[in-house]
Design a binder for this molecule. Structure first.
Ligand SMILES: [Zn+2]
Length: 430
């Protein structure tokens, strides 16, 4: 519990089957509240969904495509949504509240005739909806709205989420939230030069949420009690810290992205690490992977808000651009960094959706809440010796030698991999 512990690929943003106090039904018209209606099964700080938001997607997707996306990307077998999403010939029946059958089901009709409506409106644009580039334009990203999310928080806030460590007494503490911000600022400069309109979810080592750990104590206590555990002083403080730095922070960023920036895509920046115990030490492992949103577990599909988010993403057909952008970025990152592919997710939390060994589908709060295609990166293990010394070297100009190889500074290298991948993706499509 009190872990100075980093699991590979786990940036501590994953959804866990939890409930909270703050979720009351917004969907009262559809399901008259009965006195015995239990507190719904909702993810941390989530809200009970307004199922009528799926009305925009009525008859916009065929049964074949709906089932394909559910089985190929969003879950790893029909058993994960059994009893929660019933597939009929012409419609899907979706349970509104998983622990209260009296709340009924939402009926989504499949597209079955050419007269049925086309795609529903989305705030993000696919490449076919974008203007053509002016002849001879060197600005391949002209007019594209790109949001960048520097994962985690830096500064004094690192103590809330364990993504910081130091090896030896003469080095500077490595803080993931500060590393991602450096990369984000380089990306902001370089993508803007190429014509993109760039939005950073944060530009300082400060939280986006106005909540603080102290504000989260009651929500944390309710959560612990619901898990039938004892809210000891330490456990309560730890959980409240997580509610602040992970749940509340991610939700505040998602609000910015979905309600204000409304970008065509979002880049989520992280650095990976291999697990350590009480004291950090070097590990020879160093690798990279990218995530598309998918592979929801049964426990996650059971949570009403998570089931809604999954379907809201699925019905927008975000999977296709998300995967193709991730493939383009993975290829350019591999060229730029020479990192091998991470081999993991043997516990069913992630799955392969394509032949690219760098890409997995996985459901994280950090890629589910954003309602636009997300490219989620996990390159470099921060506690690999070479990576650690490259981080210590900072943002130098030109090249420096590490392990017998001349390298750009690690932040520029990371940003260049992304920029080159996006240029390849959009150049081929505009
Ligand atoms: Zn991370």
């Amino acid at each position: 519990m009190d872990s100075k512990y980093l699991s590979a690929g786990l940036c501590l943003l994953s959804t866990i089957a939890l409930t909270c106090l703050t979720c009351l039904a917004q969907d009262e018209t559809a399901a008259p509240a009965a006195p015995s209606r239990p507190h719904p099964d909702i993810s941390r700080l989530g809200k009970f969904p307004d199922w009528s938001r799926l009305d925009a997607f009525q008859r916009t997707m065929t049964r074949t495509e709906f089932v394909y996306l559910l089985d190929h990307c969003y879950t790893n077998s029909p058993s994960k949504y059994e009893g929660l999403i019933d597939i009929h010939e012409d419609r899907a029946e979706i349970v509104r509240q998983s622990n209260y059958s009296a709340a009924g089901k939402y009926t989504l009709y499949f597209k079955s005739s050419p007269e049925d409506p086309g795609d529903a409106d989305t705030y993000w644009r696919d490449t076919y909806q974008m203007d053509d580039l002016p002849e001879g334009s060197a600005k391949v990203l002209d007019g594209i709205r790109i949001a960048v999310d520097p994962g985690h928080i830096g500064g004094e806030w690192v103590r809330w989420d364990d993504r910081h460590f130091k090896i030896g007494s003469h080095s500077t503490e490595v803080r993931e939230g500060e590393l991602t911000l450096k990369v984000a600022k380089i990306l902001e400069r370089d993508l803007t030069t190429l014509g993109a309109e760039v939005f950073l979810t944060r530009s300082k080592n400060e939280p986006v949420t106005t909540d603080r750990a102290d504000d989260m104590v009651e929500a944390a206590r309710a959560h612990i009690l619901r898990k039938k555990k004892i809210p000891s002083k330490n456990y309560l403080a730890y959980t409240a810290g997580r509610f602040f730095a992970l749940s509340s922070e991610m939700r505040a960023r998602a609000e910015l992205v979905n309600n204000e920036f409304q970008p065509d895509l979002l880049i989520c920046l992280h650095f990976n690490a291999t697990p350590w115990g009480r004291t950090a030490y070097f590990n020879s492992a160093n690798h990279m992977h990218l995530l598309v949103n998918g592979c929801y577990t049964n426990g996650e599909v059971k949570e009403d808000d998570v089931r809604f988010d999954m379907l809201y993403r699925l019905l927008q057909r975000m999977y296709y651009p998300e995967l193709e952008m991730s493939e383009a970025v993975a290829q350019a990152m591999r060229t730029e960094t020479s990192l091998p592919a991470f081999k993991g997710y043997t516990n069913g939390s992630g799955k392969r959706v394509c032949d690219d060994p760098y890409i997995y589908a996985r459901n994280l709060l950090g890629n589910r809440l954003f309602m636009c295609p997300v490219v989620f990166l996990e390159p470099y293990c921060m506690n690999n010796r070479t990576v650690y010394y490259r981080i210590q070297a900072g943002e130098y100009e030109g090249m420096k030698e590490f392990g017998g190889r001349m390298r750009k500074n690690i932040f520029q290298e990371y940003a260049d991999g992304i920029t080159n991948g996006l240029v390849d993706y959009f150049e081929a499509r505009r």
